[in-house]
Design a protein around this ligand. Sequence first.
Ligand code: ADP
Ligand code: MG
Length: 727
Amino acid sequence: MSGSTARLQAISAVTNYKPLSPPLNFAETPTHELFGSNVFSIATMERCLPKHVFKAVKKTIEKGAKLDPTVADVVASAIKSWAIDKGATHYAHVFYPLTGLTAEKHDSFLSPDGNGGAIAEFSGKALIQGEPDASSFPSGGIRATFEARGYTAWDVSSPAYILENPNGTTLCIPTAFVSWTGEALDKKTPVLRSMQALNEQAQRILKLFGHTDGAMVASTAGPEQEYFLIDRNFFFARPDLLNAGRTLFGAKPPKGQEFEDHYFGAIPERVLAFMLETERELFKLGVPIKTRHNEVAPAQYEIAPVFENANVATDHQQLIMLVLKRVAEKYGMACLLHEKPFAGINGSGKHVNWSLGSASQGNLLDPGDTPHGNAQFLVFCGAVIRAVHKHSALLRAVVAHAGNDHRLGANEAPPAIISIFLGDQLTDVFEQIKAGGAKSSMAKGTLTVGVDILPPLPKDAGDRNRTSPFAFTGNRFEFRAVGSNQSIAGPLVAMNTIIAESLDYCATELENATKGDPSKLNAAVQTLLKDIIEKHGAVIFNGDGYSEAWHQEAEKRGLPNLKTTVDALPSLVGEEVLAMFEKYKVLSKREMQSRLDIYLEQYCKAVNVEAQLAIEIAKTMIFPAAIRYQSELAKTCADLKVVGYTFDTNTLDKVTELVKNLQDSVAALEATMAHHGAKDLLGEAKHFCKEVVPAMLTVRKYADELEGIVADDLWPLPTYQEMLFIK
Ligand code: ADP
Ligand code: MG
């Protein structure tokens, strides 16, 4: 009788791991020289382009002005020479379809020269516009396959870059992806549109406060990415991880994360080597990586860049995910970006830090030391409070997908209820405003450590709160419900647009109240903020978001609690939401409807794949292991009986019972999968959510119980213990 050898081989491969390539020569090129070396940055442009062309491009980047097509040829020729110098043979329009992934279409620079040779060519047209066959990307009914035209358009505000491969390099051009009717087929286009909307409305507020220099107000984003790293040998021995990104089976290990010994602990050597190379690759691409550390769960880590303008941050975030995965392979590991790869162990999120600011005004959400006197800050902050309260269902919808359902509300990530953590200082200021006017700000104070040689430390005005989905963290808001695997584009589009709408409202109120008389501004601000805090203060909650008491309290306050993807997604097409997106020209009704359809479809597909996998693994791996053990036990019992022993058959009885339960639950899961009765996508998604997912969980329950009984040498799947602790 033999069990699976895959596990033993995997363990032996991990323990005998030798680096695949020699160590990096990190001393050769200092980081500051490496940074951005593969980016066609503003500085590179200035060097390579004629002055007037450079000026035109820069104006487009900084002011959002239209790019003059006549300059495109000149820019293209300069980019081409730069890229060829760096070994590029091909160029690729990079775009971000609604699957949330990154797509690239590669073309060679080479064209026949008519004499049997070839010349390197790259025209302005090829730079500005591409035409990938778009029919295989989801369009949610916007485009039928027979009208497959989709265009990629150069996004001037995000720089071109070189992607390296040991066998050659490729010039990558970030683009927006639209149908031939001009409708957005991607995640990028609405980000750009929403930034435009936010800028327009923020300018009106700034004007009221006397700032009329017109410097573009951009939304900024700094996403903190959590991820798991496990050895690739384990990864490949788990069909569920390989195909669904998460383990569909696996008993909780005896030691989990309860000792809290992993968080911020020393980083294992192989992992640190991986991090150093990942960061080096990202530096070359101009991604400003800043932080790295262990996360709460065993084998979990985090990487975070310095914030950038939302559109660039979105592209860079996609690059971060790509590079994490690629470099992990090089170090013999698999990087897991799924929101919940291991049940019972903390999942991974992506905290999207969001603010807005301009070159002349700096960060508009910086309260300074005395926020009560900073009326401009308070208006921006008030606008956020109003926006999040009005559109909490939308914010929930943009983080809704199959993976995140396992994480939100599981007492490790914020609950599905969207609320704001403001902290003591700002809550106090808004309380004062409600009571008639803010006169003071709670002091930040200092922290005395009680050791003479240590200096007193400046203390923040409020403590942190990890349980809030939308927290003010000193000079920005942090949207913590975002899933680790998702593009940050959707959450950013939502934040930009709802806050643009709120700023529009605030600007109109203040304009009407002051009628151009600045001396009336202070009183008008007080009236506006008092009104906002009275109507929308219900969204502020500084307490423990994980507690049962909050769920009850939130219900009393009328805050939506949309627990699953199918509960949340329909909010994308709520009447008010549609009107808002249309009003600020971010997404049309048709574009929104198509998005809803695509996301519902993706949900169904994800659960469908998981269910198929669960059935396959249960039948072909777990069931055979269980009956082998059952037969071994039965044989032992028979032998003992022959020699006249009396004994109990507890283990055999239990295994027999579990095998039966496993078979029955698999049959039940198969029955739910046979269902095709739903008349629309939402109905289909509901079926997957309410019938298929629970049926899958039942199969898992029996399989995991078997894992605790069946002889270890027969068990076919790498265990949680092995995957999480053998590094
Ligand atoms: P923490 O884990 O304490 O929240 P990190 O340092 O891991 O902090 O991450 C904070 C993130 O917030 C970084 O990506 C940082 O760039 C980002 N951030 C800071 N200021 C802003 C801002 N004004 N706008 C957007 N993001 C910001
Ligand atoms: Mg954070």
